[in-house]
Design a protein around this ligand. Structure first.
Ligand SMILES: C[S@@+](CC[C@H](N)C(=O)[O-])C[C@H]1O[C@@H](n2cnc3c(N)ncnc32)[C@H](O)[C@@H]1O
Length: 268
């Protein structure tokens, strides 16, 4: 399977109706928790934010109410059209395709959130995107790569995270039925045929560094799946700072972690 064919395969999946969320409650609690977590790292009310690979962005208005501008970038055309319809005329929400993102002025974003997207990108696609996000970030901006699959992640760990969430939120029966249909459905078939990209910490931190970003692994993931990982990164200054000058703010209170030598894996 060539890398472009793989990317097209996953994009085709996201472009048609799918059952990744087992029911409407699952969909709503997922997007609500993600929005809570994004709001917890929002730099402030003046922030210009990008949600890249935003999907249905059910809580976009709640995030937009707390920032200056929210860009929603989505590659799947039917999903993007629906976003454009929902947010037509919204004073703070802008819906973009990937070309539209490339046309934004450099340095014009304070926060870029990329949640649950890296597994669908090839290494080459991610490299190009890291450079794009780096260019669009303001010098003190923050890139958040959330829900990244580590090498040891598995469909079983994902299923257990879903069942724990479902038991807590009261949709256990729907989750059991949803897991059964996922096991034989389109997502499972594509996961086997196309594979998912997994990232070891050191390998992803090295890619971030190569793109001019200084990254850290966050202590906890955004969203509900504790078996996945979130990385925070800020642009490295392109020129040495003058002595006593103010560099970009430190990346939260998180301490860097070191894994075994990095590697990425394709497939399960
Ligand atoms: C698992 S969903 C994640 C949605 C949302 N970010 C979340 O965390 O729930 C992955 C989304 O990424 C989008 N996507 C995949 N590749 C993309 C790309 N190269 N550019 C923009 N969006 C992409 C898909 O169309 C899909 O809507």
């Amino acid at each position: 399977m060539s890398e472009p064919a793989r990317g097209r395969g996953w994009l085709a999946f996201w472009s048609r109706p799918h059952k990744v969320y087992v029911d409407d409650r699952h969909r709503r609690v997922h997007y609500a928790r993600l929005a809570d977590d994004v709001l917890s790292i929002l730099p402030g009310p003046g922030a210009r934010v990008l949600d890249f690979g935003c999907g249905e962005a059910l809580e976009a208005e709640r995030i937009a109410a707390r920032c200056a501008r929210l860009h929603l970038c989505e590659a799947a055309e039917p999903v993007r059209s629906e976003l454009a319809r929902r947010f037509a005329g919204h004073p703070k929400i802008v819906v973009l395709d990937p070309d539209g993102l490339a046309r934004l002025p450099d340095g014009s974003l304070d926060l870029v959130v990329v949640s649950s997207v890296l597994q669908y990108l090839s290494v080459e696609e991610l490299r190009a995107l890291l450079r794009l996000w780096r260019a669009k970030l303001a010098p003190s901006g923050l890139l958040v790569l959330a829900d990244v699959l580590p090498p040891e992640s598995s469909a079983l760990a994902d299923a257990l995270a879903l069942l724990r969430l479902a038991a807590r939120e009261g949709f256990l029966l729907a989750a059991l039925a949803g897991l059964a249909s996922l096991a034989f459905g389109d997502y499972r078939r594509l996961r086997n045929e196309l594979g998912l990209t997994r990232w070891a910490s050191d390998a992803l931190l090295a890619e971030l560094a190569e793109a001019g970003l200084e990254g850290r692994k966050r202590a906890t993931n955004l969203g509900f799946n504790p078996a996945r990982t979130t990385f925070l990164a800020r642009p490295r200054p392109s020129r040495p700072e003058p002595v006593g000058g103010e560099g970009p703010a430190a990346i939260g209170e998180e301490r860097p972690e070191h894994d075994e030598p990095g590697r990425h894996e394709l497939g399960r």
